[in-house]
Design a protein around this ligand. Sequence first.
Ligand code: PEP
Length: 252
Amino acid sequence: MRKKIVAGNWKMNTLPAEGVELAKGVAAGKSSVCECVNFIVCPPFTHLSQVVETLKGSGIAVGAQNCAAEAKGAYTGEVAASMIAALGCEYVILGHSERRQYYGETSETLNRKMEQAYANNLAPIYCVGENLEEREAGKHFDVVKAQIEEVVYNLTEEQFAKLVIAYEPVWAIGTGKTATAEQAQEIHAYIRKVLAEKFGAAAENTAILYGGSCKPSNAAEIFAKEDVDGGLIGGAALKAEDFLAIGKGFEA
Ligand code: PEP
């Protein structure tokens, strides 16, 4: 049985007090959602610590949205994976399209970030996905294949067992445009096949999340697909009620 995961990427939103309130709201409503759902929240660095404290004992895990490619040292403004782990975080989002697009993250950087994450016992949520031009040119399969081969294929079997993948078509992120459930299933099944080519049967256990304007009204249909194991949620993760309602997509 694969893990069902609903992860919230808060991006650069919420002040510390707002983040704590949001986390409290998610924790308060969690019992209304199937116990089978693993919730993760990924606040900004500035309040990771407070959110970890707030969620202690709630069963909700906390992740960071990024980590440095180096272990420590003279890297002004960076945050090391060891620092994130020391706060009690369990996950780190790596390779989000906004980081690839605005901060020039390449597979080379991401390989080093992955190494740091694993060295500090953080499970990466590795994001892949094509942009609109690539989708329209029918290149989406090749794009995600390359993103996986260049980074995930470098993992050991032990590391791979902890990996979460998020398929996020760039054209659907924050645009209100969602991939259809069929489009999501098609590419998730393809991603699993690409993973299986390297890791064999272990790919059956990998949670592959869908991300891109996922909301309470479309989550159930998307999550019902065989190879969709949950969602990485941006905008809708900023309201506890909506985030929880997305989790309820698993009960439909
Ligand atoms: C994201 O950026 O991870 C995301 C899925 O955003 P949104 O849900 O807002 O499209």
